[in-house]
Design a protein around this ligand. Structure first.
Ligand code: HEC
Ligand code: HEC
Length: 349
């Protein structure tokens, strides 16, 4: 079988195990990324012709498949109707859409807020818990290893650019893969080190680029008008998305089947940054910055699945984990957001 057909057919669920409890308290904070301005030039991730042979190549293919077709993992790990690729676009390769090549080289990362180091694995587990409204696979689960292998391979372009030769690619152990690439002791490719490369890889295009603060307070009524004109055609009049053969072709933006109240996307600023650069699909920056703020406010003041960190008290959850641009716990049209939320990781039929 050639590589491309292996990729197309290669959705192997081998190695999947039942989800065991992950200590989700450790994943408590979906912190904002320290993103800079959008840069002019971005590294080029390798194409499929640069896939290494053998077992490691298989891991990468499986990781790619998990990333673009995450629904196939349900019901174990995924509780909503999304795939990773819905927010990390172009299979995690697109700059300014939280690309994996930049992410991989940014972990392990120290987080001031809770004074701890986050591995790449923990960051992915966080997206399972919040963005996928799911139950994260446990430490060392093959799904996490494969997803990390895919990101590591894409990151070869950030390290070596044009010179990347898959035959010379260093193959880390599973344990090493899960930690992420920002480490002095990471098994970097020799050619990279010979060129003076270090663990401080520059990652322009990381995350979603910041917008300036809105000129006017983001406004739901204006946002609703932008939504009706620019978004509803694909995402539905009520943010419910659109399905073909029971699969979403246009993902839902609010309601029971999308990211929950703990996700990064429920912060109005994060959503505005994403939308301005990536939506409407295929028309980046069509919206003015103000329109992006307004429509983000509109969709992030709609109910969605509960914040999984809510142990019974909305006030406590709001105080501990929300604030700033999150609208959780605030009142709109007579109801407080977070009081009529949908369940976490609902069992699917
Ligand atoms: C609903 C949208 C959404 C979905 C779906 C989603 N993510 Fe994310 N992801 C985000 C946001 C938002 C961030 C943080 C970006 C920010 O704050 O600028 C993020 C951050 C990340 C990061 C860290 C990026 C960095 O540069 O530090 C990784 C890695 C990641 N996600 C992987 C995944 C994986 C794997 C999946 C699928 C299991 C997934 N994500 C699903 C929205 C999503
Ligand atoms: C032409 C169809 C189309 C239009 C119009 C469109 N989107 Fe999307 N949107 C998509 C698709 C498809 C994805 C998933 C992208 C992927 O998987 O590559 C997406 C993803 C998203 C996501 C992240 C995934 C999720 O479910 O949360 C958000 C947020 C979003 N769109 C908001 C908007 C907003 C706001 C507008 C209007 C300004 C808009 N979109 C207009 C097709 C569209």
């Amino acid at each position: 079988m050639n590589k491309i057909s292996a990729i197309m057919l290669g959705l192997s669920l081998a190695g999947m195990t039942a989800a065991h409890a992950v200590n989700t308290d450790k994943l408590a904070i979906q912190e904002e990324l320290p993103v800079g301005k959008a840069a002019g030039e971005y590294p080029t991730p390798p194409g499929w012709d640069k896939l290494p042979e053998g077992e490691f190549g298989e891991k990468i293919i499986r990781g790619y498949n998990y990333f673009v077709n995450t629904q196939s993992l349900s019901p174990e790990f995924v509780g909503d109707g999304l795939n990773c690729v819905n927010c990390h676009m172009d299979a995690g390769k697109k700059e300014n859409a939280a690309p994996l090549w930049a992410a991989y080289m940014s972990y392990p990362a120290y987080r001031k807020k809770n004074d701890r180091i986050n591995s790449y694995e923990e960051r992915i587990q966080g997206c399972f818990l919040y963005s996928m409204n799911g139950t994260p696979p446990e430490h060392m689960n093959p799904v996490l290893v494969d997803l990390s292998a895919y990101a590591y391979w894409l990151a070869q372009g950030t390290m070596t650019g044009e010179q990347f030769d898959p035959a010379k690619m260093a193959i880390p152990s599973d344990e090493d893969l899960l930690k992420g690439g920002k480490r002095d002791d990471f098994p970097f490719m020799q050619a990279y080190l010979d060129n003076g490369g270090t663990a401080e890889v520059k990652t322009p295009g990381r995350g979603y680029p910041k917008l300036s603060d809105p000129g006017q307070e983001p406004d739901i009524t204006r946002g609703k008008a932008v939504y009706a004109q620019e978004c509803a055609v694909c995402h539905g009049a009520n943010g419910e998305g659109q399905k073909v053969n029971d699969r979403y072709v246009f993902p839902p933006l609010w309601g029971p089947d999308t990211y929950n109240w703990g996700a990064g996307m429920q912060r109005v600023n994060t959503a505005a940054y994403f939308i301005h650069k990536n939506m409407p699909l295929g028309q980046p920056e069509k919206l003015t910055e103000q329109q992006a703020w307004d429509v983000a406010m509109y969709l992030d003041t709609q109910e969605r699945p509960q914040d999984p960190r809510n142990k019974g008290s909305l006030e406590e959850t709001t105080e501990k984990f929300h604030g700033g641009y999150s609208q959780y716990g605030k009142e709109f049209n007579g109801s407080v957001l977070g009081t009529a939320s949908y369940p976490n990781h609902p069992n699917k039929p």
